[in-house]
Design a protein around this ligand. Structure first.
Ligand code: AMP
Length: 632
C-alpha cells in the first residue's frame, strides 16, 4: 500500500486502521471500542482496553527472543563513561527501581517529577513509573528554579527523582541544589521524598526525612520483581510541560494506549526501523522528542536506543561521528540547530570516522533550512528527512513516510500529512484557502492516537488554547503559519503566536518577560524572537528602565538580567541581546507591537504598515518604528 492509499484509509476508517496496528502489542484486556469521540474534542482511543507501557517496551522483549540483545546504549563524553544494557538487564534495573518507588508509596496515578541528566537511571525512572501506572513529568535538566517550581505546583508530585549534577561542557549543573530551591519556592507541599543519584560530581546536602540516596535505597530493597500494573488505555502515562502564550506552562497530558500504538506504528511506517537497526535520537528526555524517540518508540520496537549525555561539539566536533561508528548507528534523529553547529567545522571531522552504518537522518523541532539540508545530504550521503511535530502531537504530524513510500524530498518542506492526521490550511476565519496561500495549519478531529488528551487539570485551557480559535469551527489550531503547495507538500512559516523557538525548543515570551520585569530596575519589558544564525531564533529583550536609574548602571543591569534569566528559567533562555528603550510601542488595546519591533530589529522591509499590527493605526506603527530606530 502506497502513502496516498494508507493516508486515505487512516482518515476514512480510523477504527479499522488503528485497531489493526494496536493488535501488534500486548493488552491485558482488549478494548471495547477503538475510538470514543462522544465527548469530542476530547478523543479517547482503545477505550476499555487495559495495558502497560513498561511491559510492552521492556518485558515483552526481555522475556522473549531479544533478551540478550542491546536495549539501551549510554554514551557520555561529559564524564568519559559508557554502558550498554541488554533487554534483560534493563528489565532487572527497571524492576529494582520500581521496587524502590513502590516502597516509597508511589502508586497508580501519583505524579513523579524526573529532573535528571541524560543517564540510564533517568530512563529507568520513566519506565519504573510506567510499570507502576504512576504519571511521570520529566523536567528538562537545563530548566531552573522558577520553571521547576511552577511544574511542582501544577503536577503536585509525591516524589522527585534527581541527581547531584548534570554536566554541560565539562561544567557541573547542580541539579539537587536546584531541586531544593525549587521545592522552597513552590507553594505545593506535595513532595514527600527526593531520590538522589549521587554521581560524585558535586557535594550535596541531604535533607533528613525527605532526601534518599539512590544506591542505598536499591541496596535496602534488593532485587525483586514488580508486577506491571495494568492501566486503562486512557490513563495518563505522562505530563510534559511546554510553553504557551501566558507565563504558566501548559501540562500536555499523554494517554497510554493510543501513544503506544502510534509510536510503535511510526517506527515501521515513518522511520523504516526494525531488527538489526540502532536508533539514536540526539535530543534530551526533557523534550517530547526524547520521550518518544529516545525512550518509548525504539524500546517498543525492540531496537537498541542510544542515550547520549553531551553536545555535538564537545570535546571536539568529531564526537557524534565517533558514536555512530562505535555503535553502528543506522538511524539518527536530530535538530537543525545541531546540524548548523556542526556545519561550521571542516568535513574532515566526519571523514575521520566510519559512519557507513548510517542509513538515514531525520530532523525536527524547527525549520530545516535548505543550505543546511544540502550540506547534510551531500556530506553524509544519506537521505535527510525533515518532519514536523509538537509537544502536543507526541509524534510527527507532517513527514516523508519513508517506511511506506519515500516521496521526493523538497528541501525546506517537512513533506506531507502523516497517516491519521487530517490537516488543512485556513484563513483567519477558519475557512479553507487555495493551495499556495499562507494561512494557519489546523487539524480536523478525530485527533489520531498519541496526541494530547487535555492539559493537566485544565480542560478549559485545552479547549481555549487549541479548539476555540475560529468562531463556530471546532478544529485543532497548531499555532503555526504554513502553506500547502500544488503537490500537497507543506511549508512551515513560523509560529502565529508569541512563542519563541530557540534551538528547536519552545519558550514563552511571557515566561521570560515575567523574570525580566522582576528585576528592581526594570519598569517594563518585552521579549521577542529574532533570527539567529545557529539557534534559528534568538532571545531579544527590550526593557524600559525605571526613571531614577542612571545610564551608567546599564551594563551591570544587563548582566544582572542575563543572570536572572539563567537562574530562573535556565541557560536555554539566555538573552542574545538586551536593549534599553524609552518605551514599548503598543497597539490601541495595549498589546505590545512585537512584529514591528522584530521587523525594525532585523532590518526587514516593513512593507504595508497598516497590516503589520491588527490593532494599531498606521500612524501609531510609524511612530513606533521611528522611536525604536532611535533607541536601538
Ligand atoms: P515543541 O513543542 O517545543 O516541540 O515545538 C513545536 C513547534 O516547533 C511547532 O509548533 C513548530 O513551530 C516548530 N517545528 C517543529 N518541527 C518543525 C519543522 N520540522 N519545521 C518547522 N517548524 C517546526
Amino acid at each position: 500500500m502506497g502513502y496516498a492509499e494508507l493516508h486515505r484509509r487512516s482518515i476514512e476508517d480510523p477504527e479499522g486502521f488503528w485497531g489493526e496496528l494496536a493488535a501488534e502489542l500486548h493488552w491485558y484486556k482488549p478494548w471495547d471500542k477503538v475510538l470514543d469521540d462522544s465527548k469530542a474534542p476530547f478523543y479517547r482511543w482503545f477505550v476499555g482496553g487495559e495495558t502497560n507501557m513498561c511491559y510492552n517496551a521492556v518485558d515483552r522483549h526481555a522475556l522473549g527472543p531479544r533478551r540478550g540483545q542491546a536495549a539501551l546504549i549510554w554514551e557520555s563524553p561529559e564524564v568519559g563513561q559508557s554502558r550498554t544494557l541488554t533487554y534483560f538487564e534493563l528489565y532487572r534495573e527497571v524492576n529494582r527501581l520500581a521496587g524502590v518507588f513502590h516502597s516509597l508509596g508511589v502508586r497508580k496515578g501519583d505524579r513523579v517529577i524526573i529532573y535528571m541528566p541524560m543517564v540510564p537511571e533517568a530512563i529507568f525512572s520513566m519506565l519504573a513509573c510506567a510499570r507502576l501506572g504512576a504519571i511521570h513529568s520529566v523536567v528538562f535538566g537545563g530548566f531552573s528554579i522558577t520553571s521547576l517550581a511552577s511544574r511542582i505546583d501544577d503536577a503536585e508530585p509525591v516524589l522527585i527523582v534527581t541527581a547531584d549534577a548534570g554536566m554541560r561542557k565539562g561544567m557541573p549543573v547542580p541539579l539537587k541544589e536546584i531541586v531544593d530551591r525549587s521545592i522552597e519556592a513552590a507553594d505545593s507541599d506535595s513532595v514527600r521524598d527526593v531520590l538522589v543519584l549521587d554521581r560524585g560530581l558535586v557535594p550535596i546536602e541531604m535533607k533528613k526525612g525527605r532526601d534518599l540516596d539512590w544506591a542505598e535505597q536499591l541496596e535496602k530493597r534488593g532485587m525483586r520483581y514488580i508486577e506491571p500494573t495494568p492501566v486503562q488505555s486512557t490513563d495518563p502515562l505522562y505530563i510534559l510541560y511546554t510553553s504557551g502564550t501566558t507565563g504558566k506552562p501548559k501540562g500536555v497530558v499523554r494517554d497510554t494506549g493510543g501513544y503506544m500504538v502510534a509510536l510503535h506504528a511510526s517506527m515501521s511506517h515513518i522511520y523504516d526501523c526494525g531488527d538489526g537497526d540502532v536508533y539514536w535520537s540526539t535530543s534530551d528526555i526533557g523534550w517530547v522528542v526524547g520521550h518518544s524517540y529516545i525512550v518509548y518508540a525504539p524500546l517498543l520496537k525492540g531496537v537498541p536506543t542510544v542515550v547520549y549525555e553531551g553536545r555535538p561539539d564537545h570535546p571536539d566536533p568529531g564526537v557524534w561521528w565517533r558514536v555512530i561508528e562505535k555503535y553502528g548507528v543506522t538511524h539518527v534523529f536530530t535538530a537543525p540547530t545541531a546540524l548548523r553547529a556542526l556545519r561550521k567545522f571542516p568535513d574532515q571531522w566526519m571523514k575521520n570516522a566510519d559512519i557507513s552504518s548510517m542509513r538515514i537522518l531525520y530532523a525536527a523541532g524547527e525549520p530545516l533550512d535548505a543550505p543546511t539540508y544540502e550540506w547534510a545530504k551531500n556530506t553524509l550521503g544519506v537521505p535527510v528527512i525533515d518532519h514536523y511535530w509538537q509537544t502536543e502531537s507526541g509524534w510527527s504530524m507532517l513527514t516523508n513516510p519513508v517506511g511506506v513510500e519515500q516521496m521526493p524530498v523538497k528541501p525546506g518542506s517537512p513533506s506531507v500529512a502523516a497517516f491519521g492526521h487530517n490537516l488543512e490550511i485556513v484563513d483567519t476565519d477558519g475557512n479553507s484557502i487555495p493551495r499556495g496561500e499562507k494561512g494557519f495549519l489546523i487539524e480536523h478531529g478525530p485527533l489520531p492516537p498519541g496526541m494530547l488528551m487535555t492539559l493537566w487539570n485544565d480542560d478549559d485551557r485545552y479547549l481555549k488554547s487549541y479548539w476555540e480559535h475560529f468562531k463556530g469551527k471546532t478544529v485543532y489550531m497548531s499555532g503555526d503559519y504554513a502553506i500547502q503547495d500544488e503537490d500537497g507538500y507543506y511549508w512551515m512559516l513560523g509560529r502565529a503566536d508569541e512563542v519563541l523557538n530557540v534551538s528547536g525548543h519552545r519558550l514563552g515570551t511571557r515566561e521570560i518577560e515575567e523574570v525580566i520585569s522582576s528585576h528592581p530596575a526594570v519598569a517594563e519589558a518585552a521579549v521577542i524572537g529574532v533570527r539567529h544564525e545557529l539557534k534559528g531564533e534568538g532571545v531579544l529583550v527590550l526593557a524600559v528602565l525605571k526613571q531614577h536609574i542612571a545610564a551608567a548602571d546599564r551594563d551591570s543591569i544587563s548582566r544582572g538580567l542575563t543572570q536572572l534569566v539563567r537562574e530562573n528559567i535556565g541557560p536555554i533562555a539566555t538573552p542574545d541581546a538586551i536593549h534599553f528603550v524609552s518605551m514599548l510601542p503598543k497597539t490601541r488595546s495595549g498589546k505590545i507591537m512585537r512584529r514591528v519591533m522584530r521587523a525594525v530589529y532585523q532590518g526587514d522591509n516593513i512593507g504595508d504598515l497598516s497590516t503589520i499590527e491588527d490593532d494599531a493605526t498606521v500612524d501609531m506603527v510609524r511612530e513606533a518604528v521611528d522611536l525604536l530606530k532611535g533607541d536601538l
